[in-house]
Design a protein around this ligand. Structure first.
Ligand code: ZN
Length: 493
């Protein structure tokens, strides 16, 4: 047996005939034939089938570059579910992981494993700031790092960047990143910058201290001199609803002053996270904080448990429903649930818990979609409780293009492809052009729609007819069982 798995390459060139080609650049679409061979796009135009071509008739369909998911958690379980059905069935061909401050460590090993046992999708990764903190500070993380610790983290980061990471990610609403100072992040971002990398951040607050969190993101970009991406942008609190315009003017001013700030966003008014994220002060027994969370940040009716390992029967129930069952107040219920999930688990480790909660308004999402530097992401997982894992990209097209007419098809495709690639530093994918990798998706745009819901989050979308990754068909209404996905390492040219 060879030590390294062979990259599958289709035996014959594929000629996709007569599709409306939307090339990802944002420019006008045109009907053309596209020939792919050896994993790359070879020719685009009026092409004559050759005797070796395998022909796909695509008249009436749209051919676009495969979608690049700049904020993905689809790597969890990817080793046992290499078809990545949740991702490829919505047209995603590249997942960018290592988000929210968490990443595999060391990345060189994980990349080597992905090459030994490839999946249907390409993978790229950031280096998680929280992962670096774990490695150096261990359990003693509830404080700013010392200068010596920052130097040790920087040394680890050097190695991860050399392995091909796209840059540094942070998750500043979560342990352990929540305890870091801005200077620590700037020092590490400077290391990423030296390697031509970037910074991507789940910022310190998406609600109470949102403006300060955005200012911190921009300051990191300015001081470290690197591009910064706001992860899954949201205005997630009643008192900031309707402020998308002011967020965009802050971002535009930063760009005008030389900070390359961009964002990604998923097309849902509800998020999924941990219950504890509702308590940024970590005051889990403070009734006033619990009441604030359930009035200003979300509501007892719209906050639904995804999974809850201490009592799995509660999964799918709202905080309001659980409060009624227990004959207590929703705020008390929320605090009790956190306490139950925080107990030591028999056999070690900690209990899983998650919550899906509404905290945004569609008008803000619409406004952010119209910002030309906003790309689409899913923030989804293969088996998550949130429907974004299966439905984000088709939902974006359904809502932004077909129903709300906020973006042209060409512009919407750009947001899912070339802009996404540019915002994370991927250089040879995201457009249909000769010489680029043949990551392609064939769409019936009239039928393109999500079907996954919070009650049934694992339902594939409609309208995605075929998906190729590196020239190999991975989805045609079902997973094909081909695993042509590659590891994408940072390139600076
Ligand atoms: Zn996040």
């Amino acid at each position: 047996m060879p030590a390294v798995a062979q990259q599958p390459v289709p035996a014959r060139p594929v000629l996709i005939r007569g599709a409306l080609v939307v090339d990802g650049s944002g420019g006008p679409s045109r009907v053309a034939d596209v020939r792919i061979a050896g994993g790359t796009i070879r020719q685009i135009g009026q092409l004559t089938p050759g005797s070796s071509d395998s022909v796909v008739y695509a008249r009436g369909l749209v051919l676009a570059p495969g979608f690049i998911d700049t904020h993905s958690h689809h790597d969890r379980g990817l080793d046992s579910e290499r078809t990545a059905l949740a991702a490829v069935s919505q047209g995603i061909t590249t997942i960018v992981v290592g988000q929210d401050g968490g990443s595999r460590f060391p990345l060189a090993d994980w990349f080597a494993q992905r090459e030994q046992r490839p999946a249907a999708v390409n993978v790229a990764s950031y280096v998680g700031h929280g992962r670096l903190r774990d490695a150096i500070m261990g359990d003693d993380f509830k404080r700013p790092a010392t200068p010596a610790e920052v130097r040790q983290m920087a040394a680890l980061l050097e190695g991860e960047m050399a392995a091909g990471a796209l840059g540094l990610s942070s998750g500043l609403e979560y342990d352990p990143g929540i305890y870091s100072a801005t200077d620590e992040l700037v020092a590490l971002a400077r290391v990423a910058a030296r390697h031509g990398g970037r910074y991507i951040s789940h910022v310190r607050s998406e609600d109470r201290h949102f403006r300060a969190a955005i200012d911190e993101l921009i300051a990191i970009g300015r001081r470290a001199g690197l591009p910064v991406q706001l992860s899954h942008a949201k205005l997630a609190m009643r008192s900031v609803w309707g402020r998308a315009d002011s967020l965009i003017s802050v971002l535009d001013r930063a760009r005008a002053s030389g900070v390359r700030v961009t964002l990604d966003i998923y097309p849902y008014t509800y998020w999924q996270s941990t219950l504890t994220v509702l308590f940024p002060e970590r005051n889990f027994r403070d009734t006033a904080a619990a009441r604030f969370a359930l009035t200003e940040v979300t509501t007892p009716d719209s906050a639904i448990l995804g999974d809850f390992e201490p009592d799995p029967t509660l999964a799918g129930k709202s905080i309001a429903e659980i409060a009624a069952l227990r004959r207590t107040d929703p705020a008390i219920t929320l605090m009790d649930l956190i306490a139950e999930a925080g107990k030591p688990k028999p056999g070690g480790g900690s209990y899983d818990e998650s919550v899906v909660a509404v905290s945004m308004v569609q008008a803000d999402i619409d406004r952010l979609w119209r910002w030309p530097f906003a790309n689409v992401c899913s923030d989804g997982a293969l088996n998550g409780a949130h429907p974004r894992g299966y439905g984000a990209f088709p939902r974006f097209f359904r809502m932004a293009v077909r129903e709300r007419r906020l973006l042209s098809l060409e512009e919407a495709v750009r947001r899912a492809t070339s802009l996404a690639a540019a915002n994370v530093g991927i250089v040879d994918r995201g457009r249909i052009a000769a010489g680029l990798f043949a990551d392609l998706v064939l769409l019936d745009t009239a039928a393109l729609a999500d079907r996954a819901t919070p009650k049934e989050p694992h339902v594939t979308s409609t309208g995605v007819r075929a998906v190729w990754v590196n020239g190999v068909l991975v989805y045609n209404g079902a997973a094909t069982g081909a695993f042509p996905g590659r590891v994408i390492r940072r390139r600076t040219t």
